[in-house]
Design a protein around this ligand. Structure first.
Ligand code: SF4
Length: 198
């Protein structure tokens, strides 16, 4: 029998076939498979979409995190995550590490607060974000005041700060990268890097 099949209906049929085969492989019978397929469109209903960036590598793929609950109250829970189709870097795709980000978000070992290991101590101690930021600023200021090289041997102003380094993130926006670069270099810092080595 000859049949006219449009490209759209062919793709739709092929997609349904793949889905049914996949569900079958997971042990679903025909009725259960139909039930699961019926639920699929509602999986993300009522969720909040939040755009973010995969933190793993320097490719910096865009992700959309779907959460349920009140984000403003800090009670939302991430329930699903996928590549952002509007993101210019990955156009919706994610590598296996990025696709498994939900486990990273929910990991029991995930670091949620800053920690410090004080001089002479062998243990990390949890501190507040304010304490961490103030402590870092204090250490940077003291170190710069003590070690800034203002002039070279010929008396030419160079303003080099060589005793502290800065590790930035390549997964930021161009604007953030520009501001980070300006802040770090204008302080005279020489050692400046990120995970993409750019
Ligand atoms: S999804 Fe993969 S390629 Fe993209 S940023 Fe994350 S780890 Fe890198």
């Amino acid at each position: 029998m000859n049949m006219e099949i449009s490209r759209r209906s062919f793709l739709k049929g092929a997609g349904a076939g793949v889905a049914a085969t996949t569900l079958g492989a997971f042990g679903f019978g025909e009725a259960e498979a139909a039930f699961v397929e019926g639920l699929r469109p509602y999986k993300l209903a009522g969720t909040t979409e939040t755009r973010n960036t995969c933190p793993y590598c320097s490719v910096a793929c865009g992700v959309i995190i779907y959460s349920k609950g009140d984000i403003s109250q800090g009670t939302a829970e991430a329930i699903h995550l996928e590549g952002d189709v509007d993101h210019p870097t990955n156009r919706g795709t994610l590598c296996p590490k990025g696709a498994a980000l939900l486990d990273f978000i929910k990991a029991e070992t995930r670091l949620m607060n800053p920690k410090v290991r004080r001089p002479g101590s062998n243990a990390f101690e949890e501190i507040s974000w304010d304490e961490a930021i103030e402590g870092i600023a204090r250490h940077m200021k003291d170190d710069r005041d003590a070690n800034l090289i203002e002039r070279n041997m010929d008396g030419v102003p160079v303003n080099r700060w060589t005793t502290t380094g800065f590790l930035a993130a390549s997964a930021t926006t161009n604007e953030t990268a520009f501001l980070t670069y300006k802040a770090v270099r204008s302080a005279g810092m020489v050692a400046f890097d990120n995970q993409a080595r750019v």
